[in-house]
Design a protein around this ligand. Structure first.
Ligand code: SF4
Length: 1010
């Protein structure tokens, strides 16, 4: 057990700054010659190990392994790492807060003070994944004539909603399409006609009565992925159009307002629960919906770069997040990556996470970006290069003179797409630019001062990227000349399939006829010219292969970067001035990752031009990036279906696999915000910008993309002028105060959460039922049945799917019994706060191959009766018979993205052990975290070689004196037996297991604390 005395405390040194005394562990003196060769990212891991060394969770040997990184990096050495903080988003954050609520309940029942159950390190939860683009320019633009859009702000009330006309309209409950005094407003519109985001064509059917139109509208809304069946037209209250976030004038605020209103209606229950978490849990900050995107808020506000403990010890900021793009923060010199729920909860509970000491690929950047290239083009190029190299499980660290050419926002864009190039992190060590950014974003002066002083002292500060003497040693090195970067997009189906814009037309045409693959749609050559007419808003248009129907400036990847956002604004300005426009049927939108973006776009004067081309702000959140792109107008969908068209979305996001962005866009291209606008104007990806014009100016002259593309210098000057610290201070000084809707939510301040037994979203999980304060003897497993007999590479998505809930599934039955109609089922992902649904959804993947069954599907054989049934029903039957369960499987059990429910679900099904040929590393520790034993077949053995039918009864005697990697015998009822290795790899894991899992371990630790 922990001695709690740090044997390395002799490394503590003092710093005195402006009369304040700080301490820090001077790890640079531990072994200077080895230390200075370590990559900067590894120095962060080393500092954490040194500071946390307690002889139990972190041992001196772990510290030594990290110092010996050059030798140990290829040995698969496991090391503990204690990140400084955790960041969560709402989809994955809800189950974490549910677990804390359940722990408090259990702790109180055991006689403890529930007030002790809190995250032990800072946990920030940003609510950003729920808002959808239900309302967008395809509605709003149709009544606003282009000449009326610019500067159409009410002079009477300056957008406050207090003018006489607004009040009259409010009284009569007539929703506004635009600001009351903009000429585009149609006062005669009925509420329904005024707000028709989904089926704009109904404006061409004036004889339709209101009720029948409603009937048409509701189903398409109910089919949305995150929708819970609420009709947005049922409660069309008038709210004025000022931006609710900043009270800035914004023509797009109607869409923004309506989308946020729907978001709150759909997610009220989840939001109220999270608000309880914000009120009741210490160390927890919840950033309300409508504030921004977690990674951008992290970059601009939450990241500390250097932490200061309560006793004034300085140490590097580091973070794990419940979102894969947590990596973005590495652009600011903060080591951070995405993890699963159980690891994140472990960190919140003060535990170290276990990781393999990684190899570090050095990515040398040289040269300077050409005037027409953007950071998005750089990251798409890097993604392609690193995918080709293969960096899964490795760190990537950027170095070389080219790094000093990149702003922090550029570096963050590159770090963001780390999951797409497959590395654990894409790290940029801190340098002067880091501290310029901290100043620009309004971080306090004293923090900046101690952070820089500390990082310089421990040699984690890069003085000069041009000085190769500062370059550390890397496992492998590759190089990129920034001067070679050309404007690029990636697609049509994967983020690493980069296409140079100059090759785009040719590439798309090839993709059309290529057989179905990542670069093919299998369209027969006689159908490539299909052209389908449709009517939209009273006019006829046509769609063909390559037509753009969604165009979105979205995603923290880019909206955190003023250069590309202002670049897009400038491009819009030049396009509008030339008289160019975007076809009205294209669903254009802009969803920034923080209010600062609104601020500087307004300040620079580009907002009206963005809006004129349809890039109104539709919300502050993930929106199109996460696939919350909302429905397309019906005539568009019909035209796509009719022609079997490969319709296109172009977005500034980071993922584009089929079905992610929108079910009707088979081709999805990732691009810079500038190119998003350019392709929207063109209306198609079937264009060669070099030789084909975007359109004609007011004098009839052809306008090419090069005529309106802003120069890098021009963007830079605008950025210098318009992006100022005051904006960040202003926006973030208000962020914790919430907003009107959030503040109106009813949430208790009670210490214990009062779970609503009728809720189908939030439920108290039964993990702690029957838990005793004292450790009880570990029970051996006797006469267990095999619940599933699986093969190789069973993923966490097979185990716990995140997608839709099938109507004939046990989860559907549960929901229907509680009066929830199929249209309101929502996805498993959004139901992670309800264990009853998630348990029923465990192994509910239709592609599951269970060798006990003759065909794939979420079924198994109840062995004693010989009946086939759902996995959940079988587990219930076994439970009623008091029969313990095990799972047998092949190699890489639990691969795929780390998912806590892939361990929680089997635990709640009654699974006591999993016997596999090998385990995915994090999933193995998640199983232990939930009290399930990972057992590994001896080398070369498996079900076939051992002649197992999986219909035997299995018994495993678990001794009291367990040790790490203990060998144990599995006995069958037919008299046979075989040996397996218990994959408890560390003492800490054994301790978790003895306690029944990590949550139980923590409860007992806290109970025993004075
Ligand atoms: S904007 Fe996209 S990348 Fe960023 S957090 Fe949201 S879903 Fe993830």
């Amino acid at each position: 057990m922990s001695s709690n005395v740090n044997p390395l405390s002799y490394l503590l040194k003092n710093i005195e700054l402006d009369g304040n005394n700080y301490q820090y562990y001077d790890i640079s003196t531990l072994n200077p010659s080895k230390y200075e060769r370590l990559p900067f990212s590894i120095r962060v891991l080393l500092e954490s190990a040194v500071r946390s060394c307690d002889g139990f969770q972190v041992k001196e040997k772990d510290v030594q392994n990290i110092i010996d990184w050059e030798i140990q990096q290829k040995s698969n050495a496991e090391i503990p790492f204690k990140p400084s903080r955790v960041i969560l988003q709402d989809l994955t954050g809800v189950p974490a807060v549910v677990d804390f609520a359940a722990m408090r309940e259990a702790f109180a029942k055991l006689g403890g003070d529930a007030n002790k159950i809190n995250p032990l390190c800072p946990a920030d939860l940003v609510i950003d994944h729920s808002v959808q683009v239900d309302f967008s320019r395809t509605v709003l633009q149709k009544t606003a004539k282009s000449s009326e859009v610019i500067n159409a702000i009410c002079d009477d009330c300056a957008g406050s909603g207090q003018c006489a006309l607004a009040k009259t309209l409010s009284k009569n409950s007539i929703p506004l399409k635009r600001h009351p005094l903009s000429n585009g407003l149609s006062l005669n519109s009925t509420p329904l006609e005024s707000w028709q985001p989904l089926r704009p064509h109904i404006s061409h059917t004036p004889n339709n009565n209101k009720d029948s139109l409603k009937e048409q509208l509701i189903p398409s809304i109910e089919n949305l992925s995150l929708n819970n069946g609420i009709n947005p037209y049922a409660d069309s209250k008038l709210k004025h159009k000022t931006c609710p976030f900043h009270r800035l004038k914004s023509l797009g605020a109607e869409a923004l307002h309506r989308n946020e209103e729907l978001e709150f209606e759909r997610n009220k229950e989840r939001f109220e629960f999270l608000k309880w978490g914000a009120n009741a849990l210490k160390n927890t900050t919840i950033i309300p919906p409508g504030s921004g995107i977690c990674h951008q808020v992290n970059l601009e506000y939450l990241a500390r770069v250097v932490f200061k403990s309560d006793d004034n010890i300085l140490y590097p900021d580091s973070v794990v997040g419940l979102d894969s793009h947590t990596t973005m923060i590495n652009g600011l010199g903060v080591v951070g990556w995405g993890v699963g729920g159980i690891e994140a909860e472990a960190v919140m509970l003060g535990q170290a996470i276990c990781m393999v000491l990684p190899e570090v690929v050095g990515y040398k950047l040289v040269g300077t970006l050409p005037p027409y290239a953007t950071s998005t083009d750089v990251v798409l190029t890097i993604t392609k290069n690193l995918r080709q190299l293969g960096v899964v499980g490795k760190f990537v660290e950027f170095y070389g003179p080219g790094v000093s050419e990149l702003s922090i926002a550029d570096r963050a864009t590159i770090a963001n797409m780390c999951p797409e190039y497959g590395a654990t992190i894409g790290f940029f060590p801190t340098d002067e630019k880091t501290f310029q950014y901290l100043t620009k974003t309004g971080r306090p002066e004293d923090v900046i001062k101690y952070a820089e002083t500390y990082l310089r002292k421990v040699k984690m500060f890069r003085n000069d990227y041009n000085d190769s003497n500062e370059d550390p040693v890397f496992s492998q090195v590759i190089e990129l000349d920034l001067g070679s970067i050309t404007p690029s997009v990636s697609g049509p189906k994967r983020p690493h399939d980069r296409v140079s814009v100059s090759q785009m037309k040719e590439d798309f045409q090839q993709c059309l006829t290529n057989k179905i693959s990542f670069k093919g749609f299998g369209i027969s050559s006689d159908k490539t010219k299909a052209c389908i007419p449709f009517i939209f808003d009273g006019k006829e248009y046509t769609l063909s292969h390559g037509s753009i129907v969604i165009s979105a400036i979205t995603s923290c990847t880019n909206t955190s970067n003023p250069s590309v956002m202002l670049g897009a604004g400038l491009l819009c300005k030049k396009a509008v001035e030339k008289g160019l426009s975007v076809a009205p049927y294209i669903k254009t939108s802009m969803s920034p990752g923080s209010g600062v973006v609104t601020y500087y776009l307004n300040e620079s004067g580009v907002t009206p031009y963005l809006e004129k081309l349809g890039f109104d702000i539709v919300g502050y959140g993930c929106m199109t990036c996460i696939g919350n792109s909302g429905p397309l107008p019906e005539p568009i969908v019909e035209a796509i279906d009719k022609g079997d068209l490969v319709a296109v979305s172009v977005l500034s996001g980071n993922r584009n696999f089929e079905g992610r962005v929108h079910p009707n866009t088979r081709a999805n291209y990732l691009a810079s915000p500038l190119l998003v606008v350019a392709y929207a104007i063109a209306g198609t990806v079937n264009i060669d910008f070099e030789t084909e014009p975007l359109g004609k100016d007011t004098s009839g002259n052809e306008v090419f993309l090069r005529d309106i593309w802003p120069q890098r210098q021009e963007i830079h000057e605008m950025e210098q002028k318009c992006v100022i610290p005051g904006m960040f201070k202003e926006v973030y000084s208000k962020i914790r105060y919430g907003n009107e809707r959030w503040n109106q939510l009813n949430a208790s301040n009670n210490l214990l959460y009062e779970f609503d037994p009728n809720s189908t979203y939030i439920k108290s999980p039964p993990y702690f039922d029957g838990m005793k304060a004292k450790l009880s003897k570990i029970e051996s497993i006797h006469n267990a049945r095999v619940l599933l007999n699986l093969g190789d590479s069973v993923t966490t998505d097979h185990i716990s799917p995140a997608g839709s809930i099938a109507r004939n599934s046990p989860a559907a039955k549960y929901l229907m019994e509680r009066g929830i109609s199929p249209s309101a089922f929502n996805s498993y992902g959004s139901r992670r706060g309800n264990d009853a649904i998630m348990t029923r959804g465990t192994f509910a993947n239709i592609r599951l191959v269970n060798k006990l069954m003759s065909k794939p599907g979420p079924y198994t054989l109840h062995i004693s009766t010989g009946k086939e049934m759902s996995v959940f029903d079988a587990s219930e039957l076994y439970k009623s018979e008091e029969i313990p369960l095990i799972i047998i499987c092949g190699k890489e059990y639990g691969c795929g993205s780390s998912r806590d429910w892939a361990a929680k679900g089997p635990y709640l099904l009654g699974v006591r052990a999993v016997i596999a040929e090998s385990f995915e590393r994090i999933h193995r520790s998640n199983l232990i975290g939930m009290g399930i034993i990972p057992l590994q077949f001896m080398n070369g053995q498996n079900t076939e070689s051992l002649g197992l039918t999986a219909k035997e009864l299995y018994s495993i005697d678990i001794p009291d004196n367990l040790s790490t990697r203990h060998r144990i015998s599995v006995k069958l009822d037919n008299g046979k037996s075989f040996e397996v290795i218990m994959r408890f790899d560390t003492e800490v894991e054994l301790e978790y297991y003895r306690n029944g899992g990590i949550l139980h371990y923590m409860l007992r630790q806290l109970l025993n604390k004075p």
